[in-house]
Design a protein around this ligand. Structure first.
Ligand SMILES: Nc1ncnc2c1ncn2[C@@H]1O[C@H](COP(=O)(O)OP(=O)(O)OP(=O)(O)O)[C@@H](O)[C@H]1O
Length: 245
């Protein structure tokens, strides 16, 4: 039932987004502001693979933000955050917010801009999880939230579409173990379950936080080698933007 709903919802959304985008392209709007896609999903859901699938000269790809957090003047902020979230949570999240703002505000001459994650998932999933798990003092949470609200009300973050790579926590847990990223070696399945729930509430159920753009849901549980088929569902939207060139 829910899968039918997702399919119909996605189909209608692709049609209306492609139509709307065509109108923008015809009006020449894309050259001013690229069609901006945020690729979201749990850890290990295949965001980088998705972005790489769309690597072409006309698409501006901003992928692997995690690399920026692993070496900040010699400090591995991601590693510190996992070692001691209560001590380093605010430091790490402040830096994530800064890097996301940098990526959001970078200008682009390409008709399509695709970003891995956004300032929204940082706030609505990761910061929220730290606070709920009481790994972040209430005062730190409030300060981060004040920054978040100020940034999102004073800058044009401007997402046009969110692609949600939807997975089961158990599936991404296996992928995460297999890729063996050093900082993630102690991440338990429970952490992925909590992040999954936060993504679901934000992007699918839309119960707690507002969504900054329409959401397209893809089944990302399939083997990464089979994901091409899912990725192709986005082609009509991106082709409409690329017609400009
Ligand atoms: N705002 C954030 N706060 C805390 N940790 C974060 C945040 N964003 C990402 N991370 C951490 O960074 C690491 C990378 O996660 P992310 O989901 O961004 O990329 P990924 O797993 O490499 O993506 P994929 O495998 O889908 O391509 C994870 O260990 C995750 O917990």
């Amino acid at each position: 039932m829910i899968l039918n709903w997702i399919f119909l919802h996605n189909f209608n959304m692709i049609r209306s987004t492609a139509h709307w985008l065509n109108k923008r392209v015809m009006a020449g709007a894309v050259s001013v502001k690229p069609f901006t896609v945020f690729v979201e999903g749990n850890i290990g859901s295949g965001k980088t693979t998705f972005l790489n699938h769309f690597a072409r000269p006309d698409v501006d790809l901003l992928s692997e933000p995690v690399d920026m957090w692993r070496n900040v003047e010699g400090h591995n902020l991601l590693g510190l955050m996992y070692e001691n979230p209560s001590r380093w949570g605010l430091t790490f999240q402040t830096y994530v917010q800064l890097t996301m703002l940098d990526l959001h505000t970078r200008t682009s001459t390409h008709p399509v801009k695709m970003m891995e994650r956004s300032i929204y998932s940082a706030r609505y999933c990761f910061v929220e999880n730290l606070a709920r798990e009481e790994l972040m003092p209430a005062a730190d949470y409030v300060v981060l939230d004040e920054w978040f609200k100020w940034i999102t009300s004073h800058f044009h973050i401007g997402g046009d579409l969110i692609v949600y790579l939807r997975t089961c926590p158990e599936v991404v847990f296996e992928r995460m173990k297999a890729r063996a990223r050093e900082e993630e070696s102690c991440v338990p399945l429970e952490y992925l379950r909590k992040l999954h729930k936060l993504h679901e509430d934000w992007l699918l159920n839309q119960t707690k936080f507002c969504c900054p753009a329409p959401v397209m849901v893809l089944d990302a549980n399939r083997d990464l080698s089979e994901m091409e088929e899912e990725f192709r569902k986005c082609e009509p939207i991106f082709s409409a933007a690329l017609q400009k060139t």
